[in-house]
Design a protein around this ligand. Structure first.
Ligand SMILES: C[S@@+](CC[C@H](N)C(=O)[O-])C[C@H]1O[C@@H](n2cnc3c(N)ncnc32)[C@H](O)[C@@H]1O
Length: 395
């Protein structure tokens, strides 16, 4: 039961509950979108309704197992990740913990849901293997290249300048969401690649604790979550983050009109997250509307172009090189001849036949003349779609 309500229509309040409310039926917890649940994420996930979440973003403990303090050349102490929550134990312990939280997370995902897990070389390979063992279907590993990484102070290894995100669908059969067109548009009309250069979280974005020091050692940059959510969710989706920390996922979800559920054990982080999310400004609903994925665009049959007078019966269409010509009939079929055979049928069938190809996208193969130039007939289909959605998209 994914929550699809527009966040505009529902209050985007943040409730932190010590003990999440129990439903009257059994031990299942009530699912309250835009809520931080405090406690152990495995226990909470096991109690939430199965199949209720569209996407999961998880930034689990890295289990870094640092040995001793790390100092800079000037002897100042490096603010490394030595928090108690990161100390899981041996590899075996870490694998057990990972298997448990990932199983509970998988149960919570809708069948077509996806998961993102971020980690470093300390843990991501173990996480990847367990994801596959549990039946998740890995779609990409994305390299987050830090444009301003921390140097390697001891000079004994390469500068550790990236983290890895694994993006996986719940199963091989999942019809997962990927906003391909939005990603391409965001990237100046070039396909978005799997290496992302984004700075680490710093400056005003970096939250401070009551002592004026870093509020959290591993606060992720909002830009990273922005891209993840823009790529794999739509407004109104429910995103769960089982290791919520300072609530980066919640703040970005609120800005982008998505709903969130945050799970976190520590009081101090929940306090920071609540304040931050309360201050986050949602983007106006009309500004959230982006490119519609091609697959979701309304179907426009070729005949509609003829009915609307965009292509006249008897008009000539050509292939992209202007070598093959076909005439358009009043019923939307096209006819051509290679001197030996005559071909008549749909734009797709005739396009395939003249190329001796198994199939053809007639919308991009056939072109019409406009002034001195020829254009694919897909341009006219887009005009009809724009008229249907009353939106103007510049191609
Ligand atoms: C790597 S940090 C996440 C940071 C977060 N992405 C951010 O941007 O602030 C992991 C967080 O998970 C929390 N955590 C660790 N184990 C947990 C558990 N079993 N249940 C709930 N929270 C847990 C830690 O307290 C920590 O805040």
């Amino acid at each position: 039961m994914p929550v699809k309500k527009s966040p505009k229509s529902k209050k985007s309040t943040v409730k932190s509950t010590k003990k999440p409310t129990k439903k009257s039926t059994g031990s299942v917890l009530e699912l309250k979108p835009n809520t931080i649940y405090q406690g152990d994420c495995i226990e909470i996930m096991k109690s939430l309704p199965k199949g209720s979440v569209d996407m999961i973003f998880a930034d689990p403990p890295y289990n870094m197992q640092l040995r001793g303090d790390l100092h800079r050349p000037d002897n100042s102490k490096v603010d490394a990740v030595d928090d108690h929550w990161d100390q899981i134990g041996s590899h075996k312990d870490y694998d057990g913990f990972t298997r448990e939280w990932l199983s509970a997370a998988r149960d919570l995902l809708s069948d077509d849901g996806g998961i993102w897990v971020i980690g470093s070389y300390h843990n991501i390979f173990r996480v990847g293997a367990i994801l596959q063992d549990l039946g998740f279907w890995i779609l990409n590993d994305v390299i987050w290249r830090k444009s301003n990484p921390m140097p390697n102070f001891r000079g004994r290894r390469f500068t550790n300048a990236h983290e890895t995100l694994i993006w996986a669908a719940k199963s091989e059969k999942s019809k997962y969401r990927f906003n391909y067109d939005a990603m391409k548009t965001m990237n100046d009309d070039v396909q978005m690649r799997s290496d992302w250069t984004i700075p680490i979280c710093s400056g005003a974005e970096r939250l401070k604790g009551e002592d004026g020091e870093k509020g959290h050692t591993t606060q992720k940059p909002e830009a990273l979550l922005y891209r993840v959510m823009m790529a794999t969710t739509q407004p109104g989706d429910l995103v769960l983050d089982p290791f919520f920390g300072t609530g980066t996922t919640g703040a970005v979800a609120k800005k982008l009109g998505r709903n969130f559920i945050g799970l976190e054990r520590e009081d101090s982080y929940i306090k920071l997250a609540k304040k931050r999310i309360a201050a986050a400004e949602p983007i106006a609903e009309d500004a959230l509307q982006g490119m519609m994925p091609k697959r979701e665009e309304p179907r426009v049959p070729f005949g509609w172009l003829i009915e609307r007078g965009l292509i006249k019966p008897g008009a000539t269409l050509t292939d992209p090189q202007n070598r093959v010509e076909a005439k358009v009939a009043a019923d939307g079929s096209v006819v051509t001849s290679d001197g030996v055979n005559q071909y008549r049928g749909s734009i797709h069938k005739v396009g395939a036949a003249v190329q001796s190809a198994p199939s053809c996208n007639g919308w991009t193969y056939w072109h019409y003349q406009d002034g001195k130039n020829i254009f694919p007939i897909d341009r006219l289909r887009q005009r009809v779609r724009d008229e249907m959605s009353a939106r103007t998209v510049i191609q």
